[in-house]
Design a protein around this ligand. Structure first.
Ligand code: ADP
Ligand code: ADP
Length: 231
């Protein structure tokens, strides 16, 4: 489903940073794949390369057979519809209700109001926000805000969901409920999930496979059991 081939990323600037050094990995359809490492390891750069928010300096990003690095802007916009993303700080629009936050990306795609409603009401049900449609983000808890983020990502029917430290701003209890929701979505929708985190517990809780990254290179890669069981 996702193939990263020899990805390197150099940030040019006053001080040149080689954030990723020849990273290759394969993520299968339906997997929950974790990328763990300390701050500055390159996790965020790596996950942003998967949807080309960050353009790799070299290497290939192949999603479902399409090499994103060969596409023009228009083709890339089209492919990005199939890659959802959620964020540590949720990135919701504070002036829009729950319903309108989730509807927003579909409005941008030019979908009709009736189609949008038909698409997103079942999703808002999956994330258990059906009784919160008219609330504004400021009226929601952190966990509820992240569920809006998840619903917004799911609204475009993605094949892949990228999670950028999605539980790092949440307390342990709420983290657990969000991870359970992600697992549920993974199984119900057979959705491939890639998440980055600095928290071992998150990986242990839901991931099938894990890559440990440090200094822009993969130190270890394998099943969670293999990587975290001491020899
Ligand atoms: P992590 O997500 O693991 O904390 P990042 O991918 O954010 O790691 O950062 C990896 C390295 O790249 C760090 O040294 C960071 O300072 C650097 N870096 C990240 N983004 C930029 C940028 N836009 N410009 C320059 N350097 C950057
Ligand atoms: P506008 O974009 O003109 O301000 P709205 O955002 O109020 O319109 O509504 C757009 C569509 O979304 C309407 O068809 C409406 O039925 C639907 N909608 C908005 N809020 C809700 C809600 N809380 N529950 C169900 N449908 C809603």
């Amino acid at each position: 489903m996702i193939e990263l081939k020899h990805i390197s990323k150099i940030y040019e600037g006053a001080n040149r940073v080689e954030a990723l050094k020849d990273i290759s990995l394969t993520i299968e359809q339906g997997q929950i794949y974790g990328i763990i490492g300390q701050s500055g390891a390159g996790k965020s750069t790596l996950i942003r390369c998967i949807n080309m928010l960050e353009v790799p300096t070299s290497g290939n990003v192949i999603i479902d057979g399409t090499d994103l690095t060969t596409l023009n802007e228009k083709q890339l916009r089209e492919e990005r519809k199939y890659i959802g993303m959620i964020f540590q700080h949720f990135n919701l629009l504070s002036s829009r209700t729950v319903y309108d936050n989730v509807a927003f990306p579909l409005e941008l795609q030019g979908m009709s109001k009736a189609e949008i409603k038909e698409r997103i009401l079942p999703i808002l049900d999956i994330v258990k926000l059906s009784d919160r449609l008219d609330n504004y983000p400021s009226q929601l808890s952190g966990g509820q805000k992240q569920r809006v983020g998840i619903a917004r990502a799911l609204a475009s029917n993605p094949k892949v969901l990228l999670c950028d430290e999605a539980t790092s701003a949440l307390d342990p209890q709420t983290t657990k409920s969000i991870l359970e929701l992600l697992k549920d979505i993974n199984q119900k929708l057979n959705l491939t999930i890639v998440l980055i985190t600095h928290e071992m517990q998150v990986i242990r809780e839901i991931c099938d496979r894990v890559a440990v990254i440090e200094g822009g290179v993969i130190l270890e890669e394998g099943t969670v059991v293999d990587v975290f069981t001491n020899p």
